[in-house]
Write a protein that binds this ligand. Structure first.
Ligand SMILES: [Mg+2]
Length: 330
């Protein structure tokens, strides 16, 4: 079956291939400020701009039994959504949850999971206001989060010459995932980071409010994959300096592959016009996390390149996480 065949499967075209077909078919309409294809949709209701996003975590796909407590599963299902709100420069407000669970799950576990969602929401200023429970073969938790932002930042505003920055460090959660795949009782800072993402809500809101970023995304599928999303949405290319990528402390030996395409970092990747660089420098101490310069936005014709310490441009394949492309490669 060719990848473009009408009767192909999802595995043939991948998650992003499917989205590329679906999105042009969705109608726009009154009140839609930013439609599908960004970290969150932006809609306007009676003059108020709201952000809408949804994401699920699924047993056997995002985690295996014994990797996380029910409370951690609930918290993570919420926090990955909060990260998308952070990427738009927004503030989380209200969420609902749709949970699927097998009948033999202990009530205690299911309660802990939902308390995990409610507590994580409360910690970020949001409320869990409803949900749905259905029978499922394996546990899944899908959270839909509504946020607000006076000045939402999309993926689409990067211009050649803009500087590229990333918050925090890269590769730690992916290292944690690899540790758990080797031993489900693994522990340490990498495993903790995999279990509990830290959405950069304060930094995202501060960057958006100050108007210093031209485009922003959260790094959920791996730096290169998410950089490609910014490049596609903005119609630009990019050059990344490999040795500038922020490595986690105590994990200096982290593989380059994990830095570039490990995924689940939930850090912010943003583009900043050079004329805003001084303003950004003054803002950084108040972001609550480090922000590291990692490269530059280039013209579209340049493509996306990673330059090593000797200055050689290495073109990388668009490595990163695609649920269904992964199934195809298997
Ligand atoms: Mg995102």
């Amino acid at each position: 079956m060719s990848a473009s065949g009408r009767n192909g499967t999802l595995a043939d075209i991948g998650e992003f291939g499917f989205l590329a077909r679906l999105l042009p078919l969705l109608p726009g309409g009154a009140g839609v400020v930013v439609g599908p294809g960004d970290d969150a949709a932006v809609v306007e209701v009676n003059g108020t701009r709201l952000l809408l996003t949804t994401d699920a975590i699924v047993e056997g796909v995002h985690f295996r039994q014994g990797w996380m407590t029910p409370r951690q599963i609930g918290r993570k299902a919420y926090l990955v959504n909060a990260s998308d709100i952070a990427a738009m420069g927004g503030r989380p407000r209200f969420c609902v949850v749709s949970t699927g669970a097998p009948p033999h799950i202990p009530v205690r576990s299911l309660s802990a999971l939902h308390r995990g969602i409610a507590d994580a929401a409360a910690e970020t200023g949001a409320l869990l206001v409803g949900g749905n429970l259905s029978r499922a073969e394996e546990l899944f938790v899908s959270v839909t989060l509504v946020g607000e932002s006076k000045r939402p930042v999309t993926r689409a505003g990067a211009q050649p010459g803009d500087l590229l920055f990333v918050s925090g460090t890269l590769g730690l959660a992916a290292a944690g995932l690899h540790a758990l795949l080797r031993d489900r009782r693994a522990s340490g800072s990498a495993v903790t980071r995999f279990r509990e993402p830290v959405p950069r809500l304060h930094a995202g809101a501060a960057l958006a409010r100050a108007g210093v970023v031209s485009a922003m995304i959260d790094v959920s599928d791996g730096l290169l994959q998410d950089l490609h999303h910014i490049c596609e949405a903005s119609g630009v290319g990019a050059q990344i300096e490999l040795e500038k990528l922020p490595r986690p402390r105590n994990a200096r030996t982290i593989e380059t592959k994990l830095l570039l395409s490990g995924g689940e970092d939930y850090e912010l990747l943003c583009a900043v016009p050079e004329r805003r660089a001084a303003q950004l420098r003054r803002l950084v101490p108040r972001l609550g996390c480090p922000l590291t310069w990692i490269g530059r936005v280039m013209p579209k014709t340049y493509g996306v390149h990673v330059r090593n310490v000797s200055g050689d441009d290495l073109e990388f394949p668009q490595g990163g996480f695609d649920h269904f492309a992964a199934a195809r490669r298997r």
